[in-house]
Design a protein around this ligand. Structure first.
Ligand SMILES: Nc1ncnc2c1ncn2[C@@H]1O[C@H](COP(=O)(O)OP(=O)(O)OP(=O)(O)O)[C@@H](O)[C@H]1O
Ligand SMILES: [Zn+2]
Length: 819
């Protein structure tokens, strides 16, 4: 028997900047413990690093030259923390989205699981004996070694304080005095920054006037009720640390250690109650899916249910059924606002079996949730995009709510689409997956047409409540100076408030004015780092870039011509709130957008204000457009239906209709019928017509025809290559070279009967972003397999282009945003 024949090798994804997988030998004594999905400690260069075991193999991996494999040092988990099916899924993602596997795996894990352990040394039994003997013999011990260990009693641990001590401990370890143990600090403790900033006293106005950032910080604290974690402040204000410390010195704020938030901090509790009996339509849907849960068969379902038709109740029933047969369930929602609403409903039904997963949880809470899921304590996960990686064992059902929603697509780093990943995970596991929406994506409808997905529908609202009446207001006919609220909308708001009902006003643009313009020279104030105009925020009197976060005070005079002629142009939610306040002085207004609800806690408070009727008029962006079930909203006003139409993307029509129908669906969900007024300057546009007719499926048929004739997705497949660099000329040159590589690859593939078309290259719509110049190029293929072949070839060939090392290349498959 040769030595190699009995060796085992582990393929490991290290949690470091290295994006390659590495191979290590598994020493005999660890053979039982090393298994796919556990974390291990491995040597890397002169250090040690944590990594996840991906696979085991009996033969050494083929490598150039003869390399001596290093050995796994220690196993960190008794059981896998990433289940096999998720590992498999990550491999698929790595291939499909052209992204390093190790990075994917690391990013799916909660923060605490990515930490490097602290090394401590513990006195061994033998060591104790030697220690005692030495003491009796009055031999001199290492001076630093002695105080760390008591002479008797419990085993004591010591931490090496510097390199010298580390070396000394290692020697003692070799001699059998001490053994090494690894300790994981809780990730909340590791987060040195988990401090709360509390406002003690509001700074005087003349102090505030001096800096926009300072004003913003104070405003954020006030909005959050006086205190906010520094980490959350940082999210909204880059200079938060500086200003918090400064105000601390001046005595206006104090810093406290944050209280830990472990469990579902944002859920409202609902009184317990019996689940309602399903309607016949609901029963039909549950009946169609149920057998696939029990028998464990892969099948995608598309549930088209008009707004207010009771889709949520179906999810609850299906999850219940999944648990009854001893399996677990995963429910995805597009964003945290929805997850907190659903959390209350799910918590009431499933109690402590529910795990939640979203950005409002502290790092430590994420660790806890993950561990509960892995250990089988939680059998339902409800969460946003990244919950698609939830390590549920025996997964039996995946639900993707609001499946059409763009938030499922991640737009940085790993650019995956959680709905598509959910479909693949279900296929690997052989389980049903339910995509639900009142406005399904064209992609899913096309899956139905191709027989890949079963179509189910709920065409009636619960209790036969009518769908809201929709009226289009032609803003071109409004007389007199421009008004944010047209006369008919103003009258409708007035009537609704008089009747004691609530109003939702929707505008997909935050801030006060869209830009600041000099009336004399026409200069629009642009972000110095991006090619976009700055948005004026009245609340803290600043100009802000919505792309990079740049903030500036409003200049008194135009920086170009020096005239005092600056005027705000266009309008956002802040301005709408101001107008409504002027028109209806008695109305209580809740504004919900990313500025007012910068923290999840604040968002939930605002939503509760609406739910409990502490607000009469809700003004919001798309954050409030979908999913919410407020029963007293009877009027929905769309301030401008034209904002979405300006998206430079072939999906603009689809996105507009979805958004408007979703907002419209917020009206009339209680006992009283709803009314929707849509203000637009393009009343004849086909999307506005589709909204008026409320016939979503017919719109889809027409839109699909148009897409087919243009050969756009879902009939073809796109990949977007985005190049960006700090040097404009260099970036252009890099794109030229990259383009040549793409052309050559496309030409070669054509010979092999694999047609690929190129679109571009062109400057990206936002040409400069955060000081980087951006150019993009699209590749189009007619099947996934062909697109795969094309991108693989391009990436392999472009590795030879040294110029690419000086710019950043992003590969975005099935791109959503072309910005
Ligand atoms: N079988 C039922 N009996 C009585 N009430 C029900 C039943 N099913 C659902 N409901 C109620 O109907 C309302 C609308 O349901 P739900 O919010 O699930 O609609 P939805 O289809 O998810 O709408 P949207 O797409 O707009 O989010 C809710 O208040 C819900 O409690
Ligand atoms: Zn900017």
């Amino acid at each position: 028997m040769t030595a190699a024949a009995s060796e085992t090798y582990a393929e490991i994804a290290p949690f470091t900047a290295i994006s390659k997988n590495l191979h290590y030998r598994v020493p005999g004594e660890l053979l039982h413990d090393v298994q796919p999905g556990v974390r291990v400690l491995v040597p890397l260069g002169r250090r040690e690093t944590v990594g996840l075991v991906l696979a085991l193999q009996g033969t050494p991996p083929p490598l150039e030259g003869s390399i001596r494999f290093k050995s796994v040092k220690a196993v960190l988990d008794p059981r896998p923390v990433v289940p096999g099916d998720v590992l498999h899924l990550c491999r698929w993602i790595s291939r499909y989205y052209f992204y390093p596997l190790g990075e994917i795996i690391r990013s799916t894990l909660p923060p605490g699981f990515q930490l490097q352990p602290e090394v401590r040394y513990r006195l061994t039994g033998a060591g104790k004996a030697v220690l005692e003997r030495e003491r009796r013999g009055r031999k001199r011990l290492e001076p630093w070694f002695d105080p760390g260990f008591p002479e008797t009693g419990e085993p004591m641990e010591a931490c090496p304080r510097d390199d010298i001590e580390t070396r000394a401990f290692k020697r003692l370890e070799r001699e059998g005095w001490v053994e090494r143990v690894y300790v994981w600090p809780s990730s909340d403790l590791r987060q040195k920054t988990l401090k709360t900033v509390r406002l003690v006293e509001t700074p005087p106005d003349d102090r505030l006037r001096r800096s926009a950032h300072l004003r913003r910080l104070v405003r954020l604290l006030e909005d959050a009720g006086g205190a906010l974690a520094l980490r959350d402040l940082r999210r909204s204000l880059k200079t938060a640390d500086y200003w918090a410390r400064r105000l601390q010195r001046e005595g206006f704020v104090c810093m406290e250690a944050a209280r830990e938030i472990r469990e579902s901090p944002y859920a409202q509790t609902l009184p317990a109650c019996e689940p309602p009996a399903l309607t016949t339509d609901q029963q039909a849907v549950v009946g169609a899916i149920g057998p696939f849960i029990e028998n464990g068969r892969f099948q995608p379902f598309l549930l088209y249910g008009v707004t207010g038709s009771g889709k949520t109740e179906i999810y609850l029933h299906l999850v219940q059924r999944t648990l009854e047969v001893g399996k677990t369930a995963l429910v995805l929602v597009p964003e945290i606002a929805l997850s907190t609403q659903l959390e209350a409903l799910f918590r009431r039904r499933f109690g402590s079996r529910l795990a939640v997963w979203h950005s409002g949880l502290s790092p430590g809470a994420r660790d806890d949730q993950w561990r509960k899921i892995v250990d089988g304590e939680s059998s339902v996960t409800l969460g946003v995009r990244s919950a698609v990686f939830s390590p549920l064992p025996r997964l039996g059902l995946i639900v993707v709510d609001e499946e059409h929603d763009g938030s499922y697509k991640q737009e940085d780093r790993l650019r995956y689409h959680a709905r598509d990943v959910a479909l693949v995970r279900a296929r690997f596991l052989g389980i049903p997956v339910l995509l639900g929406s009142a406005t399904p994506s064209l992609q899913s409808i096309r899956l139905v047409h191709r027989g890949r997905c079963r179509f189910l529908s709920l065409l009636q609202r619960i209790e036969d409540r009518p769908l809201p009446r929709i009226e289009i207001i032609d803003m071109r006919r409004e007389r007199g100076p421009f008004r944010v609220l047209s006369r008919p909308l103003q009258a409708a708001v007035e009537k609704t408030l008089a009747d004691g009902n609530q109003v939702l006003l929707f505008l997909n643009r935050r801030g006060f004015a869209t830009f600041y313009l000099c009336r004399v020279c026409g200069t629009v104030h642009q972000c110095p780092h991006c090619s976009v105009s700055l948005t004026y925020h009245q609340q803290d009197d600043t100009l802000r870039c919505h792309y990079c976060g740049y903030e500036a005070d409003v200049p008194e005079a135009c920086p170009r011509c020096g005239e005092h002629a600056l005027i705000p142009f266009g309008f956002g939610t802040e301005r709408v709130a101001e107008e409504v306040g002027k028109l209806f002085p008695g109305a209580r207004i809740a504004r919900i957008d990313r500025d007012s609800a910068s923290h999840p806690k604040r968002l939930v408070e605002l939503l509760n204000d609406v739910r409990h009727r502490r607000a009469d008029v809700l003004i919001g962006t798309q954050m409030v457009a979908k999913g919410h079930d407020f029963e007293n909203i009877t009027l929905v006003g769309v301030i401008s239906a034209d904002t979405a139409l300006q998206i430079a993307d072939f999906r603009a029509g689809e996105i507009t209709v979805q958004l408007l129908l979703q907002v419209a669906g917020r009206a009339g969900r209680g006992d009283q019928p709803g009314e929707v007024l849509v203000q637009t300057f393009n009343p004849d546009h086909y999307t506005i017509q589709a909204v008026r007719n409320m016939d979503y499926l017919r719109f889809c048929e027409e839109e699909l025809k148009a897409r087919e004739s243009l050969q756009y997705p879902p009939f073809t497949r796109f990949v977007r290559f985005l190049l960006s660099g700090a040097d404009e000329t260099l970036t252009r040159e890099a794109m030229d070279r990259f383009h040549a590589v793409c052309r050559a690859a496309a030409d070669e593939l054509k010979e092999e009967n694999v047609p690929v078309a190129l679109l571009g290259p062109a400057p990206a719509p936002i040409y400069r972003l955060k000081n980087r110049y951006r150019r993009h190029l699209y590749g189009k293929a007619w099947t996934n397999r062909h697109l795969q072949a094309f991108v693989e070839r391009v990436l392999a060939e472009s590795r030879r282009l040294s110029i690419l090392r000086r710019v950043a290349l992003v590969v975005d498959r099935d791109p959503h945003s072309g910005l």
